[in-house]
Design a protein. Structure first.
Ligand code: ADP
Ligand code: MG
Length: 454
């Protein structure tokens, strides 16, 4: 039976032909197919802002593209995370008639995107461990780093690394069987095979297929279904492969301990190997990524412009690359140089970048005060030096220097007329804590989430 993911992958091919590369990368690519419900394709949106945009601008194009693949398709339904559970139970419903002419992408279990390799994966502080562990796994699968669990926010390169591992193994060890699947697909195939009975031939087939691989990759494990049968089967698949020294690689947007529906014994298994996180890349890494992308596109773009883009889009590499693509498309459309400020400005202007604009020192201080009980703005800018106040103050200064591009002098003025060396010292104190103590890193992340309204 064809799965929702497979339908969606074919719909994506249709959509790609109809929208700009920028629109595709910014708005379409990140949608997650959940199920087909009453002839509507149900798509999960990352957040309500994105949902609004796709609903307003792309619903027709998506619906028409769906119809090409599923002639009886009625439309699309965009949902947010909180509604996912409601629809997940339909994930295995019969999809009905399919236009096989438009099914180009067949089984996707073993295809790796040729665009994602280690060569074009830029390594910085934020991802160096994940990249090194991935390379080690690609070179010696099933040995030391098993299982490898990679986690990190949306668009930070997890799927890129999976593909890079797959491509590397394909090249250097073509006999090894690699399987790359989404959680949804695993669940669907399992339910299909189970049909209420653990002893059917289909179930034997299912087990054979998943337990005969040398490398099993499961992307976006946070979407694992809560059902006992799914988790149990995954657990046994895991054990079977693990004890045969087969490599298991898992990606998720959060660490194992935060995946809500995960059974304890699976969690323990995931934590038992190597857990590598990818955090948001620093400015230098972001610029390096843009440089490498510009080079790949054979575009000679000024460093200053790359820096401008890297400063605008800070938390999602997919979006950042989208802006670059837009500049290149624009320049070609209006026949101007890519370094023309008119081109750059119009690409950036359109880009929905209200996140950075809304952030002010006041907002940062407000959020810090909300986060640490009993600390007020007066304390922050005041002179008191008790620990309860010094740390929130350091956190404020650190976040202000991280999130805003303001001269240290002005920051000093805001914080009760401190001079710029004091500000530097205060910033470095907290930067050091954040870099070396996970508790502070978590605090900084929580406050950032508050600031950006996540
Ligand atoms: P995730 O799976 O974490 O949501 P992806 O792996 O899909 O993110 O990455 C989003 C985009 O950003 C992809 O185009 C990917 O190639 C690119 N990307 C992410 N990290 C890097 C990096 N370090 N170097 C180069 N490209 C990157
Ligand atoms: Mg991904």
């Amino acid at each position: 039976m064809i799965s929702t993911t497979q339908v969606w992958e074919n719909v994506l091919i249709e959509i790609q032909a109809r929208v700009t590369a920028f629109a595709y990368e910014s708005w379409i690519e990140g949608l997650v197919p959940v199920c087909i419900y009453e002839d509507n394709v149900v798509l999960l949106c990352e957040n309500s802002a994105k949902k609004r945009v796709v609903e307003e601008r792309y619903i027709d194009v998506i619906s028409e593209s769906c119809k090409k693949v599923m002639p009886h398709n009625e439309g699309v339904l965009f949902i947010l995370e909180e509604e996912r559970e409601k629809y997940e139970k339909y994930a295995n419903a019969d999809i009905g008639e399919i236009n096989s002419e438009n099914i180009i992408v067949e089984e996707t279990t073993c295809s790796f995107s040729p665009k994602c390799t280690f060569d074009n994966f830029i390594v910085g502080k934020s991802n160096e461990f994940a990249a090194a562990a991935s390379k080690a796994v690609a070179q010696n699968p099933g040995t030391k780093y098993n299982p490898l669990f990679i986690y990190g926010g949306v668009g930070l390169g997890k799927t890129h690394l999976l593909n890079a591992i797959g491509n590397h193994i394909r090249k250097t060890n073509p006999k090894l069987r690699c399987m790359n699947i989404s959680c949804e697909r695993f669940t669907n195939e399992l339910i299909e095979a189970l049909r209420g009975n653990k002893h059917t031939d289909e179930m034997k087939e299912f087990r054979k297929r998943y337990r005969s691989v040398d490398v099993l990759m499961i992307d976006d494990i946070q979407f694992i279904a809560k059902t006992v049968s799914t988790q149990e089967e995954l657990f046994h698949t895991f054990n079977d492969l693990y004890y045969k020294d087969k490599q298991i690689i898992i990606c998720s947007d959060r660490p194992p301990q935060e995946i809500a529906p995960l059974e304890e014994r699976l969690r323990t298994r995931f934590q038992g190997g190597v857990v590598a996180d990818i955090s948001e890349p620093d400015l230098e890494t972001r610029i390096a990524i843009l440089k490498s992308e510009a080079l790949a596109e054979k575009q000679n773009i000024d460093d200053e412009i790359l820096k401008l883009i890297a400063n605008k889009v800070t938390t999602n590499i997919r979006e950042m690359k989208g802006v670059l693509t837009k500049i290149i498309c624009y320049s070609q459309l209006i026949c101007k140089n890519v370094n023309d400020m008119e081109v750059v400005n119009s690409a950036l202007k359109d880009y929905n970048d209200d996140k950075t604009e809304l952030v002010t020192i006041d907002k940062i201080v407000d959020c810090v005060c909300k986060y640490y009980p009993n600390v007020t703005k007066k304390d922050i800018i005041g002179k008191k030096k008790t620990k309860e106040i010094v740390e929130p103050r350091q956190m404020c200064v650190y976040l202000v220097t991280e999130l805003l591009t303001l001269p240290l002098l002005s920051i000093g003025q805001y914080f009760g007329g401190r001079d710029h060396t004091t500000i530097m010292y205060t910033r470095d104190k907290m930067a050091d804590l954040v870099a070396n103590d996970p508790r502070y890193a978590a605090q900084a992340k929580d406050i950032k989430d508050m600031i950006f309204g996540k």
